[in-house]
Design a protein around this ligand. Structure first.
Ligand SMILES: [Zn+2]
Length: 267
């Protein structure tokens, strides 16, 4: 069920992918953070929401463009869908890649479900920061390249709660497949400034600033090892065995760093 984390701010943790959905109650509408992986997943959120409030969903915020956070967008017709400008661009430019990603993760038995998804990108975008007025203040901000090129920090100052999407991961190593390993730690430091102590990751349990600081240190170690691979001082195989995360995760991170370098924000 929904867990109240601050005044009128809730999260629901779903066993599927251990993913989190956020709910922020406004004066005359509800804001939903992330819409899960399919139409049925999103409809489950709507159904359960009726136990919490009769207010309509008027705003959706996508923390980033990954399929498991946006594939339910179309089920919130009439809501403003917010996200970083790159989240919109990537979903418009690479919808087939999104479906392939979902298929490879969920397996062929989910093919029909995935093909039925109507991919709806955010229609309302920002590049640096924006505040939404839903009868209370909700701050969206971008702090640089990290888990993707579109990671959005969402802070509800009046409730002392933040949502960080997959910039922070609890219960599993961070996901590096579309990441910028050389930049992620710096981005997370920026996103940590002034953040409340109740922080909801994209997946896993609620964390605090101390957890963020630990993850920053781990990501710094990844960046250092990636830099040594780029400089030719170490091989990927060697560096992958020295990192703070399992070898397979490290291998993905190091190859990704060799591929994208420091990256470009694309904004
Ligand atoms: Zn993600």
């Amino acid at each position: 069920m929904f867990q109240e984390l601050g005044d009128g701010v809730f999260r629901r943790r779903y066993p599927s992918l251990d993913e989190n959905v956020g709910i922020v109650l406004g004066d005359d509408g509800v804001l939903v953070v992330d819409t899960r992986s399919s139409h049925a997943d999103a409809d489950m959120v709507s159904d359960e929401l009726s136990s919490l409030t009769s207010l309509p969903v008027r705003w959706v915020v996508n923390t980033h463009w990954h399929w498991d956070h946006v594939f339910g967008n179309s089920r919130f017709a009439g809501a403003e869908i917010w996200g970083h400008v790159r989240a919109r661009e990537v979903l418009l430019e690479r919808p087939d890649e999104m479906r392939r990603g979902a298929l490879s993760w969920l397996g062929p038995e989910q093919r029909e479900t995935i093909e039925a998804v109507e991919i709806v990108p955010p229609g309302k975008t920002f590049s640096d920061r924006v505040s939404l007025d839903i009868g209370r203040q909700v701050d969206l901000s971008f702090h640089g390249l990290g888990h993707t090129d579109s990671d959005t920090r969402i802070v509800i100052p009046g409730a002392g709660v933040a949502f960080l999407g997959d910039l922070v991961e609890e219960g599993a190593p961070p996901s590096f497949g579309d990441s910028y390993p050389l930049s992620w730690s710096t981005t997370l430091v920026g996103a940590s400034v002034g953040i409340p102590d109740v922080i909801v990751p994209g997946h896993g349990d609620v964390v605090d600033r101390r957890f963020l600081a630990t993850q920053v240190e781990e990501l710094k170690a990844v960046a250092g090892l990636a830099a040594s691979c780029i400089d030719g001082e170490r091989t990927v195989d060697d560096a992958a065995r020295s990192g703070p995360y399992p070898e397979q995760t490290m291998t993905t991170a190091l190859h990704r760093a060799l591929e994208v370098g420091v990256g470009q924000s694309g904004v």
